[in-house]
Write a protein that binds this ligand. Structure first.
Ligand code: CU
Length: 871
């Protein structure tokens, strides 16, 4: 069943008749129509680059993940059969795998486009599954097959499939932001290398061992088999080392690995050079294009090696990113064009005459096309002004489009010929063709929709911003770096004309797009673009549109300060939880949220209490549905309550886990020279703070690092309770630390301004607004309860009152003001900032007893709780 002329290595020869007989011809026709459709879409996306920030990603992935992947899956299977002298795999399964790959790619592209991580994940999973199946088929084909001189080349296809699986998983991590900002650049480099040099580079290299002599029309060199094995060890092993090194941020491994890859390429190219003989090639056009492609692979790998060796990985990213279009067009597009120029006539033609005719069509004007394409790549590769690079893209695009037009003509002609045949393979072909058509239509629609929404340049004023303005114009400097937008929150008065002066200070490229509004172009390092947001009348969000960057945290909230305006227009259901100023206290806490316990734990045994406190950032739900980053002692604000008796020693180890700033600690309950124990320690450092609690009281502890207003205002405080001697046992003992709550990015100008002006977003007990209103403390009628209260501020004191009760015991700042045997009663415990004490009361009957800060501004803005009394 396998005739000698099937082996492409033999070259020339009669057209393999089985293409026609087995329906393979129609299958190849469908597959190539699919490749052409992907390539057309990639060209469309590339032409939209100036107007559409995500278009660059899309153009690259439409071409590599769509066109190149389809070509590699089809051809690697075909060549593996030929080179291993294996039997053909079941066509229906081959079609299913190809359909799986293409549907997976559509899922990935649409998922990233629409910012829909679940769809992206599903697309990646389908792609990995289909490629995994492809790998299994390639491996099983090798067993039981006769094998041949070229059998080692099938290993290139197997290695490539493994590379795509790794690349897809890395890509998924990046696109969904799961990699985290600190690993982003390393993983992105690893992703680009494993897909470009692995999934694309390895099969190209492997195929050239066979295709190059075939196209030239010469016999293959004797040592090809041996060299092919050696080159795979060098390139594949090198790539694996490099990718591991990049992912782990370890540059020496990356440099070593790429050096190995480069040596492998050099060995292969040297073999190809020696294969050239002085006689006309079978297809001079194909030969020249393959040679030029191999030359660009060499250029790309050497440039990559130089960049990796010379620069830290974080800075290398931009340089290597600019290599991608060079490899994309110079290597991948050119190899595709060269290989198809030779191969399409072989697989599509029904006889030698037709084959010659088809080849003549595909080779039309090949010399000017070759020159224009490579001139375009050269302009892209050289460090020339942006306008020249754009000209390069246009030249290369024109050459690519010219070939596509010729290929489509050949495909159509061949398709018509196929219809004339009494075509028994038609049924098998239909699903593939339908899938092709559906995929192409979907993507064209997506491109059109996205382009129509791309009103990105000029002083575009966003929709819905009409209305009387305040007439003020504000310009805010915004920087993009380290996967963050700084500041992350901008507050403006309603009606302000807002301009953002956006600067990228990163080596990595970023942009900034305002919701329903304008976007900057992609900004390289140090580039600035002024974005005219227009009149701001409602809360808006802005983000970097590069895939995965928004998910990794590159977002900016533009918040309208005027509360009445937001309330009256009913915009409180806006997407950004922390955006609308004062939190909605009647809203629900997120599911799974738990109140902080108010119970005071009994004094632990012994007279020395040891504890470790970690200064660390944590994101906490501070009001119903409002999450806020807090600076904490031990992950909660307030930090843990320490409890002891007079004379006890506390040995506290402070550990600074905050990666970006120093912190310290100050315990009011002890007396000592502040110099050493209260010093600021830097990230990663620790100090031991030992004090003896000589006096009873409810004491404050807090961060001792300047500016203390910010450190305390962001949550770095807690309570130390030292029982007075002879303190009686009661039924319930609670601790309530009162404080102000400031929303917004910790340390941002907007937040610090609110702190300075003492205009918090809420007042809270134990760090969370209204938590005990929604989850009341529960006691029984007749129970006696003690409420320890510490006013942590940073600026406001408290007038603590429990509705429906009278206090018979008041202990404030170390002394009893009132005891049960006295005639008088107390209604409020007043504490200035940093003071503490306790009150006691009994709950006479079942009911709901609210406890509040009787400063009603505070009570109504979150300093409110409930004691639910049952019989
Ligand atoms: Cu601090």
């Amino acid at each position: 069943m396998h005739s000698k002329s099937d082996d492409p290595a033999v070259g020339g020869g009669r057209p393999p008749s089985r293409f026609k007989a087995s329906g393979l011809r129609s299958r190849h026709l469908a597959a190539h129509a699919l490749i052409a459709a992907w390539a057309v879409l990639a060209l469309l996306a590339a032409s939209a680059q100036q107007t559409l920030p995500v278009a660059r990603w899309l153009a690259i992935h439409l071409f590599l993940l769509g066109a190149a992947t389809t070509a590699i899956v089809v051809w690697s299977e075909h060549f593996a059969v030929a080179m291993l002298h294996a039997t053909l795999p079941d066509r229906r399964w081959s079609n299913a795998r190809l359909a799986g790959v293409n549907i997976g790619v559509v899922g990935v592209l649409t998922g990233v486009w629409a910012d829909h991580p679940v769809l992206t994940g599903a697309g990646c999973a389908l792609l990995v599954t289909a490629i995994g199946a492809h790998l299994v088929v390639l491996v099983r084909m090798g067993r039981g097959a006769l094998g041949g001189r070229l059998a080692p080349i099938a290993d290139y296809y197997r290695a490539a499939a493994a590379a795509l699986i790794i690349g897809a998983v890395l890509g998924w991590l990046l696109a969904t932001g799961k990699a985290g900002p600190q690993h982003y650049s390393g993983l992105k480099l690893a992703h680009a290398h494993v897909t470009l040099l692995g999934w694309i580079g390895l099969p190209v290299l492997g195929t050239l061992f066979m295709l190059w002599p075939t196209v030239l029309g010469v016999r293959m060199a004797e040592r090809t088999t041996r060299l092919a094995r050696r080159v795979l060890v060098l390139t594949g092993g090198g790539l694996l080392t490099a990718v591991a090194g990049l992912a782990a941020d370890w540059r020496p491994a990356a440099v070593l690995g790429i050096a190995g890859y480069a040596v492998g390429v050099a060995v292969a190219v040297q073999l190809f050079a020696r294969t050239v003989r002085r006689r006309p090639a079978i297809s001079a056009a194909a030969a020249w294009m393959l040679a030029a492609a191999a030359a660009w692979l060499c250029v790309g790998v050497v440039a990559d090696l130089v960049v990796l060796a010379a620069r830290p990985l974080a800075e290398a990213q931009d340089d290597i990113g600019s290599l991608v279009p060079v490899l994309l067009v110079g290597l991948v597009a050119q190899v595709l064009i060269g290989a198809l120029t030779y191969l399409l006539p072989i697989v599509l033609a029904g006889g030698p005459k037709e084959r010659a005719a088809l080849r003549a069509v595909l080779e039309r004007w090949w010399k000017p096309r070759l020159a224009v394409l490579n001139l375009g790549v050269a302009l892209l590769a050289l460090p020339l002004p942006d306008r020249v690079a754009t000209a390069g893209v246009l030249l290369a695009g024109a050459a690519g489009a010219a070939f596509l037009a010729l290929a489509v003509r050949v495909l159509l002609r061949s398709g018509r010929g196929l219809l004339h045949d009494a075509d028994q393979a038609g049924a098998a072909r239909r699903p593939v063709l339908w899938g092709t058509a559906a995929g192409a239509v979907l993507i064209v629609l997506a491109v059109l929709v996205a382009n129509s929404g791309g009103d990105t340049d000029g002083p575009a004023v966003a929709a819905g911003t009409a209305g009387a303005g305040t007439g003020t114009t504000r310009t805010v400097a915004v920087t993009l770096a380290d996967m963050r937008v700084r500041p992350a929150r901008i507050e403006v008065a309603a009606g302000t004309d807002l301009r953002l002066k956006v600067t990228n200070t990163n080596a990595q490229r970023h942009d900034l797009k305002v919701e329903d509004g304008p976007a900057t172009p992609m900004l390289g390092k140090g580039h600035t673009h002024v974005l005219d947001v227009g009149q701001v009348t409602k809360n808006r969000e802005a983000w970097c549109t590069l895939p995965g960057h928004r998910a990794a945290g590159m977002t900016l909230d533009i918040v309208v300060k005027d509360d009445t305006a937001t309330d009256s227009t009913g915009h409180e259901g806006h997407t950004s939880a922390a955006a609308s100023g004062a939190p909605d206290l009647s809203a629900d806490f997120s599911s799974g949220w738990r109140p902080r316990t108010a119970d005071l734990a009994p004094v632990a045994g012994g007279t020395v209490h040891k504890a470790e406190l970690h200064a660390a950032r944590a994101t906490v739900e501070v009001a119903p549905g409002v999450k806020q980053q807090m600076w904490t002692f031990g992950g909660t604000a307030p930090g843990p309550t320490l409890h002891g008796k007079v004379g006890d020693v506390f040995e506290i180890t402070l550990v600074n886990d905050d990666p970006s700033m120093g912190h310290g600690i100050d315990f009011h309950a002890g007396s000592l020279a502040p110099d050493e124990p209260m010093r600021t320690i830097q990230p990663g450092e620790r100090l031991v703070y030992r004090f003896r609690a000589e006096k009873a009281g409810a004491w404050l502890y807090h961060c001792s690092t300047a500016p203390m207003l910010q450190h305390m205002g962001n949550g770095m405080y807690g309570a130390v309770i030292i029982d007075p001697p002879g303190l009686k046992k009661v039924d319930h003992e609670y601790v309530l630390v009162s404080s102000e709550l400031y929303l917004g990015t910790p340390g941002s100008t907007a937040q610090v301004t609110k702190m300075r002006q003492d205009t918090p977003d809420a007042w809270v007990f134990n760090g969370i607004a209204n938590q005990y209103t929604q989850r009341p403390l529960t006691v029984k009628a007749g129970d006696r309860a003690r409420f320890w209260v510490v006013a942590a501020g940073p600026s406001d004191g408290i007038a603590f009152h429990i509705v429906g009760t009278v206090f018979d015991t008041v202990y404030k700042e170390g002394a009893y003001l009132l005891e049960p045997d006295q005639a008088g009663g107390s209604q409020a415990l007043d504490l200035a900032t940093a003071q503490g004490g306790f009150v006691e009361t009994t709950f006479p009957e079942a009911g709901h007893y609210a406890f509040v800060d009787h400063d009603m501004r505070h009570a109504e803005a979150g300093a409110h709780g409930m004691v639910e009394v049952s019989d």
